[in-house]
Design a protein around this ligand. Structure first.
Ligand SMILES: Cc1ncc(COP(=O)(O)O)c(C=O)c1O
Length: 288
């Protein structure tokens, strides 16, 4: 089953989850996205998960470094998945990370990430005695991160908070410069801005905006400003729509968001002059 989200944050709330859990008592697990780099309300989400026996897998692809009430994302659910793809806030080029404090999940993931082999290379070649023996205990995958990528990640890690602060500066500029612009909604930041990874900063064009989204994007493009759309929701993707019979009317908030959403540039080296230039063009495009 798929869940709608809250307008402004694009997050699943404890209320949305509880309503779905009541309708679907057979639900076994929740995949929770910390959308755009903002944490979901973990206390409430965990309470609903416990109440209905739902295991929690967090999709933290946008959420490094993100905190919920001062505690790092990655330390809450049964398992948390991070993405270190090239466009993410911490990158290793490709790859990601699974965080868990569940011993069984850890052992299973370790075996499955490398061909279902029961011992990793490090374990086999670091002992002096003949120690080549290994077994394949499951039909595994090749999901290991190469050491070279991991080395890039370690260097990125040292600068993760500096990069996050740089993106927060961009977000704060947008909040100041775009507040009150007619036909534009800005994202809602519920907790302290320091807890947010600021992976995305989006605006939503209201239905009454005199200019359509594509025209808006073209106008910004013409001014040399790159944008994107995050995201066309799963209920509009043909596989999920057809396989599960999903209808836009069942996801009214995701629909409202997606119909008007445009992501603006957000990265640490964006200067205040550049941010000012972007905001000037956004304001003039919104007038039509
Ligand atoms: C919310 C979300 N989850 C998962 C992923 C997938 O990450 P990866 O490309 O590392 O598999 C992405 C990638 O953009 C994402 O945005």
């Amino acid at each position: 089953m798929f869940l709608d989200v809250e307008y402004g944050t694009c997050l699943v709330t404890p209320e949305i989850l509880e309503a779905a859990a009541k309708r679907h008592p057979e639900a076994k697990a929740l995949v929770l996205v910390h959308f755009g780099g903002q944490a979901a309300e973990m206390e409430g989400i965990l309470a609903v998960c416990r109440k209905y026996g739902i295991r929690l897998i967090e999709d933290a692809a946008h959420a490094f470094p993100t905190k919920c009430k001062g505690r790092m994302i990655g330390s809450f659910g049964d398992a948390t998945c991070f993405s270190f793809y090239a466009n993410k806030t911490l990158t290793t080029g490709e790859g990601g990370m699974l965080a868990t404090d569940d011993e069984a999940v850890y052992r299973r993931a370790k075996v499955m990430r490398l061909h279902g082999i029961n011992r990793d290379i490090w374990g086999r070649f670091t002992e002096a005695k003949a120690n080549w023996e290994y077994d394949v205990v499951a039909p595994g995958f090749k999901y290991n991160m190469p050491d070279i990528n991991a080395a890039i990640g370690l260097a990125q890690l040292e600068r993760a908070e500096e990069f996050r602060r740089g993106r927060q500066r961009c977000a704060e500029f947008y909040y100041r410069a775009l507040a009150g612009v007619e036909h534009l909604d800005l994202p809602t930041c519920k907790g302290p801005r320091e807890d947010h990874a600021w992976h995305l900063f989006w605006i939503v064009l209201g239905a009454a905006c005199p200019v359509g989204r594509n025209r808006f994007i073209e106008q910004l493009n013409a001014a040399g400003i790159g944008t994107s759309v995050h995201y066309k929701p799963l209920h509009r993707m043909s596989y999920y729509r057809d396989r599960y019979g999903l209808k836009p009317a069942d996801y009214p908030t995701a629909e409202r968001h997606w119909q008007g959403v445009i992501s603006l540039p957000i990265y640490p080296s964006l200067t205040d002059d550049e941010l000012g230039y972007i905001c000037e063009h956004v304001r003039s495009a919104a007038k039509g």
